[in-house]
Design a protein around this ligand. Structure first.
Ligand code: NAD
Ligand code: MG
Length: 389
């Protein structure tokens, strides 16, 4: 039996993880589940998987969570620090499924207490990649990628023949606006942006998929996870979301990873790794597929991917800024404060404005991230973008 904690259990990735755990209860024993504020769902999950701990970030729900779990032998804690402490509980696998930079501190702590740390939560890797990977190496912790493209790369990446790898390719569905005219994208509503054609996901990553910012973050994530130079990481638009990743070797072979667009496949892979388990999700019927299409990214319409390469060239301060400005801009878009295309304008402005600098440690990085978030809010307020929405 493997012991497991899920940080961000009530989200889309968390829910798929719980579904897999429930499908194979004899294989997993759950240490801890965490959530931001949805105490009802957290309580139901904790009871269903018989978790030892349930942790809610928002302290105002402590009493509700406690009441919902009364009569069950589940320890309840609350608060920001409690989420970080949740990552101190020893486990075979700690799943990082919190959304955004908020997942960074728990993930850094998880490296010391998980035999392996499975990461869906890409933003901390983008912002703190070198610090994070250095600590993983120092702790001897195995990092397992959950993000479907990176999980795909992980499965076909021949580490022993790394010098023979000429490139890795991440596919992008292209999002709901792939075929739209650029001129129409200003009027996109949050509702349209979160309606992804192939995947069902949390609101933030759905908007990121619509702007292609998700793929941009994933390019940085791939460089960090596989220690590859940016020029060997490519993006191809593939609207069917069947091929998730490719690794090309210098003999011309291209290995591909395919699967149904269902996060339960990569999550099952990391849960069972190095073994395999049966997915509780969809599987692929290749004979039912008509075609697999691949096309180049339209960089004029979706500038985020190119911005990511520019940030990688510049270094960590640019990467932190890229992510932080996007998080603030996406929240403003979802709150209907700015338009869809203002997300690009905001990120572009912030990345151009920031000066390159070295960030020595985690505290400095967190402070820098806070500073950029504040500056991004200031920019939105002063630029007139807020009123334009
Ligand atoms: P989501 O919004 O559905 O869920 C986020 C989870 O994190 C919830 O449990 C929420 O309670 C918790 N959370 C949010 N803010 C928090 C905070 N400040 N402190 C503590 N907990 C907090 O998000 P999701 O779609 O499941 O995505 C999670 C992460 O995985 C993201 O980084 C996303 O980019 C990545 N990812 C998601 C998918 C997907 O299919 N959803 C695929 C690949 C990667
Ligand atoms: Mg992905």
């Amino acid at each position: 039996m493997k012991t497991i904690s899920v940080l961000g259990a009530t989200g889309s990735v968390g829910e798929s993880t719980i579904d897999l755990i429930l499908s194979a209860p004899e294989q997993f024993s759950v240490e801890c589940l965490t959530a931001e504020s949805n105490y009802k769902k957290l309580a139901a999950q904790a009871i269903a998987v018989n978790a030892k701990h349930a942790v809610i970030a928002d302290e105002q729900y402590y009493d509700d969570l406690k009441a919902a779990l009364s009569g069950h032998n589940i320890e309840v804690t609350a608060g920001r620090q409690a989420i970080i402490d949740a990552a101190r509980i020893e486990a075979d696998i700690i799943i990082g499924a919190i959304v955004g930079f908020a997942g960074l501190e728990p993930l850094m702590v998880a490296l010391e207490h998980g035999k392996s740390v499975a990461i869906a939560n890409k933003e901390p890797l983008v912002a703190a990649g070198p610090l994070f990977m250095d600590k993983a190496r120092a702790c001897g912790t195995t990092i397992l990628p959950v993000d479907s493209e990176h999980n795909g790369v992980f499965q076909i990446f021949d580490e022993a023949n790394k010098a023979a790898i000429s490139r890795i390719v991440l596919t992008a569905s292209g999002g709901p606006f792939r075929t739209w005219d650029a001129a129409d994208m200003d009027a996109v509503t949050p509702q349209q942006a979160v309606a992804h054609p192939n995947w069902s996901m949390g609101a933030k990553i759905s908007v990121d998929s619509a702007t292609l910012m998700n793929k941009a973050l994933e390019v940085i994530e791939a460089c960090i996870l596989f220690d590859m130079p940016p020029e060997q990481v490519e993006v191809l638009v593939h609207p069917q979301s069947i091929v998730h990743a490719m690794v090309e070797y210098n003999d011309g072979s291209i290995l591909t990873h395919m699967g149904a667009p269902d996060m339960r496949t990569p999550i099952a892979h990391v849960l069972a790794w190095p073994d395999r388990m049966k997915t509780s999700g969809k599987t692929l019927d290749l004979s039912a597929l008509q075609t697999l299409d691949f096309e180049q990214v339209d960089h004029a319409k979706f500038p985020a991917v190119q911005q990511a390469y520019d940030c990688l060239k510049r270094g960590q301060a640019a990467c932190v800024t890229f992510n932080a400005a996007n998080e603030v801009a996406v929240a403003a878009f979802l709150a209907e404060e700015i338009s869809f295309t203002d997300i690009y304008k905001t990120v572009d402005h912030m990345v151009k404005e920031v000066e390159d600098r070295t960030i020595e440690n985690l505290d400095a990085l967190i402070a820098f991230n806070d500073e950029i978030r504040q500056k991004t809010r200031n920019f939105l307020e002063k630029s007139g973008l807020l009123r334009a929405a």
